[in-house]
Design a binder for this molecule. Sequence first.
Ligand code: GLC
Ligand code: MG
Length: 542
Amino acid sequence: MTTSHDHAPSTKATWWQSAVIYEIYPRSFQDSDGDGVGDLEGIIQRLSYLEWLGIDAVWITPIYPSPLADFGYDVADYTDIHPLFGDLEAFDHLVEALHAKNIRLILDFVPNHTSEQHPWFLDAKSGPTSAHRDWYIWQNPAPTGGPPNNWVSIAGGGGWELDAESGQYYCHMFLKEQPDLNWRNPAVRRAMYDAMQFWLARGVDGFRLDVFWLLIKDWRFRNDPLNPDYQDGQPDFRRTLPIFSGDRPEIHEIATEMRALVESVDRDCVLIGEIYQPAEKLVTYYGEDGRGLHLPFNFNLMWQHWSPRPILAYIEEYEAALPADGWPSWVLGNHDQKRIASRVGPAQARVAMLVLLTLRGTPTLYYGDELALENVPIPPGQEQDPFGLAHPEQGRDPVRTPMPWSRQERHAGFTTGLPWLPLGNDHPDRCVELQRDDPASMLNLTRNLLALRRSSAALSRGAWSAAKVSGDVLAYVRETESERYLIVANLDDQVKTVGLDEQMGGVVALSTHDGRDGEPMDKVMELRGDEALIIRCQQNAS
Ligand code: GLC
Ligand code: MG
């Protein structure tokens, strides 16, 4: 018996609903020219790997011209490629080569802020009467002096920088080298939509919109309330509740405008929003009547305690909060967060992968998670991330290290030069080459999961419901009218006994552990520590 929800299996399936997205951090995927930094040509060289793995779309983090103060999230030109990564011709080749293998390309788009070196900001900074002054957010000091309000930068410290010449402050929700654009100015909107149009015309299949929820700020510049739960030692951005510096109601207008823009092209393109918000806020980004973003990223499973109750409770909360046509998008790792294998341990990382790839919605896999890579300690003096240089505990270098491809080659085949960040000591032993040959590896588990998911309408597009089973495990059902799967996951390293309803019995279709495929499951079963199973139920869904 299952607890039912209102979400029927999706009928009008677009490519991005049944897709699995793979996030590539281009600096660290494959270097083709020996400069120690990955590039577009490098991605092309590894296309057969992506095809073999079985992902459907690639999201590449920013590759635009940039002074790289925030490794490309500080854009100096929205319609070109940084020479480190290649040029527009290389980009066109990448699009073509991916499409030839039926893999979509999602571009990272950074609308909230530019680089301080962007010509718009250089002009804006030249004086209060400059043509681009109002493209950014300028305010006079507070009446008592100092910054206009208490907004905090997510990179640490205050969210305002004084421009000594004009005596005004400009707003920056990240580094001071990343001034925030003024999205209330129609000229800014037009310029950004033109840039999106530029990439759509070059064949991209959608955008991942960087910190989308921050685009519009309170027009009265009210102080954010203090966070009563703030504890010493937490990052600065936890000091306040960002209800005025972000997530303003007018943001949804922009989502709708962008939606109309991507719908104006003659193919299905997807808009994915990077939105760090709780469930009830997140669902508003689907927009009224589904006229907002297609896929607001849901990061919240990362903050739940990794045990059955909180994880299930959160999934249920989100499924219940979603609008009728809302399609979830789950994430367990990215270039900003600690590696999942370090958070839950390498054995549980297998369980986490099985869960991520069997939940309802479009999952995004972070490169290297299919190898169960862990955070790489960065030796002193080799740190690169400006967030970490200022606040070591916030450093993101450990999750951005080069992909290990082979056992024998120097730097695991990533580069013939000096890698921009070190590889983990154990990474050559976890490389693609070795894991490919090991049927029990994390890599083959991931590949098998992707294949099973692709082969099954229930697993890729079916309805989700919590399963009634007894035992301290995470259990849920994915089903269509003709197919039903039960997923049972032990989020612990101890053996668990699980009691099943009659209708749930079936055979193991896939396990995190060897030798269980095809095993019949009936009424009572045992899950080993760190084991998760996908069971193909014998009884058709009713
Ligand atoms: C997003 C990116 C992060 C970047 C920040 C500022 O959170 O994922 O890497 O530093 O935006 O653009
Ligand atoms: Mg290179």
